[in-house]
Ligand binder design. Structure first.
Ligand SMILES: C[S@@+](CC[C@H](N)C(=O)[O-])C[C@H]1O[C@@H](n2cnc3c(N)ncnc32)[C@H](O)[C@@H]1O
Length: 257
């Protein structure tokens, strides 16, 4: 799936979960000083920031197919090796990194299994591949669950995002095992975002970012208004914090012999 929105719009929609999600994924992937790491599907660089803080920009590479995200990620992380491209065809040699990480990208790859195989290829034997994707199957990502629940009250046939690759418990771990990774461990990460008001929650949905924003944009104004009202009724008055669960998995690249 293509992300055409400006980086600032992504920041307001999903980027506000990046600080907590990225820290949790980097911990889960064992990222620490002295490692060389790559962020696959970096977007504007939420996870890249966390990796740069841990290992230094000179030890961080990142890649994304959306040129406006690549530009933002480069501007935000001088010294990091930020490329335009896809997970399925990474432009680095075999074994270049100690760890390859990917946050919220499996669902949007054209061929997720191939993307995972490429992450394993560019990671050295004994290194780690780790990825996460929101729990969209059982509703652990409150912001998107609130939205799609309001959508289904208006349009029960809406496909939503729950069947996307990576969105159910165990899916990422299965992909890592299929890619030949060893000692695969699955788990869940928690993240959160703070909202000043309902408008602060709703307005980013109108920016056409990702499947939810693009779906909303395709509707008539009265349907959009009905979904807005459904979300309004489901959320607290005033400021609030929303929790979000992501499924994750990590595995180790086998050592030959
Ligand atoms: C939900 S965003 C996640 C961005 C970032 N990792 C984050 O956590 O904020 C999904 C990203 O996947 C990228 N993407 C889509 N298809 C991809 C592919 N085949 N390979 C790598 N990245 C891809 C999009 O351009 C977008 O930046």
């Amino acid at each position: 799936m293509q992300f055409a929105a400006p980086a600032e719009h992504y920041d307001r929609f999903m980027g506000r979960y990046a600080p907590t999600l990225s820290a949790a994924l980097a911990d889960f992937g064992g990222v620490s000083a002295g490692m060389r790491v790559v962020d696959v599907g970096c977007g504007p660089g939420g996870l890249t920031s966390q990796l740069v803080a841990r290992v230094g920009a000179e030890n961080v590479a990142a890649i994304d197919p959306a040129p406006q995200f690549v530009g933002a990620c480069r501007d935000r992380h001088p010294g990091a090796d930020v490329r335009e491209g896809v997970a399925e065809q990474l432009p680095w040699p075999d074994g270049r990194f100690d760890a390859a990480l990917s946050a919220l990208v499996i669902a949007f790859m054209t061929d997720p299994d191939r993307g995972v195989r490429e992450m394993a290829r560019v990671t050295r034997p004994g290194g780690t591949v780790a990825a996460c994707m929101w729990d969209l199957a059982t509703g652990g990502m409150t912001m998107l669950q609130t939205f799609w629940s309001a959508v289904r009250d208006v349009d029960p046939t809406a496909a939503g995002e729950r069947r996307l690759p990576g969105a159910r418990d165990g899916d990422i771990a299965e992909r890592l095992r299929r890619a030949g990774l060893q000692d695969v461990t699955a788990g869940a990460l928690t993240a959160h975002a703070d909202y000043e008001s309902f408008d602060d929650f709703w307005e980013p949905f109108t920016l056409a970012v990702g499947p939810a924003g693009q779906y909303l944009q395709s509707l008539t104004p009265d349907r959009r208004a009905a979904i807005r009202q459904g979300c309004r009724q489901a959320l607290p008055q005033g400021s609030f914090r929303l929790q979000a669960r992501a499924w994750c998995a990590r595995g180790t690249v086998p050592v030959a012999g």
